[in-house]
Design a protein around this ligand. Sequence first.
Ligand code: IPM
Ligand code: MG
Length: 352
Amino acid sequence: MSKKICILPGDGIGPEITAEAVRVLQALELGFEMESALLGGAAVDATGDPYPEATRKLAQEADAVLLGAVGGPKWDNFPREQRPERGLLGIRKHLNLFANLRPAVLYPELANASTLKPEVVSGLDILIVRELTGDIYFGQPRGIEVRNGERFGFNTMHYTESEIRRIGRVAFGAARKRSKKVCSVDKMNVLETTQLWRDVMNELAPEYPEVELSHMLVDNAAMQLVRAPRQFDVVVTGNMFGDILSDEASMLTGSIGMLPSASLDAHNKGLYEPSHGSAPDIAGQGVANPLATILSAAMLLRYTFSLEEAARRIEDAVRKVLAQGYRTGDIYHAGDKKVGTREMGDAVLAAL
Ligand code: IPM
Ligand code: MG
């Protein structure tokens, strides 16, 4: 079986962190064919298009995509079609990657890296299931126009019931393998789209009798995540709320630099990327934390290739380097062994 992985280093720290994840994948000697292409600002600079044709083709052919990060201040004032984020949204939509899994797990060694008290976050293990190809992110009409002599900005939030149902099934299915609780997050007291969301989740629930479904309004969910985060197991929500809540959840664990993510289609093809951004402020300095990308490679092995044992090997190696005291700047505390991106990759390889 040929197993092809498309590598998209992207912008900012992207190339540095993906290089370490690629080294880890190569070390496992699983016979992957890996090929790189451009996405985001790097692609805009080279071709004028943040998701160029060559990248589309490679991403389409590959079984999985490993992405670093896209974006940076350099492209902030480019026209919207040429912004790096367009490349990311473009590949998600093109490959139909509707299910975004964002685990927020607290490593015991990093309990002191969280801004919350250790007793609030210890043992934290949340999976945010974010819908990724619908909602106000993609809804039409959208734009900025002049109406009645002033500028008018507008976007459209919408979901079809089938879109809600398929992400609901991913959440219930994931909960079945975990602590069997799904909390669906909406804003049904104000937004009709999310009333439909709640209705469809309730309709699905009887198919998963072993899973307990609850609902929460998004503002309350934002509060509960910092008040008592361990009440959550699987959280399922739409694209926009999921974007916000997943950043919040990541910080419970101390550093967004630790959190991987998977974006899957209906056939386990997936795009795997760290939950963090391109960190242009530290790009090129060799100090970024590569662990979220390395852990994304573990998710890639698990979800696309069903290589559970290999995935565990990577995750165990990451745990081991943390236990050994290796820390990049984002998770460093006095007394730890401070290392750069490459040295962290070396440590993971040694632990493997
Ligand atoms: C994310 C990011 C993206 C999003 C941006 C970069 C378009 O914040 O993956 O969470 O909003 O989805
Ligand atoms: Mg985000």
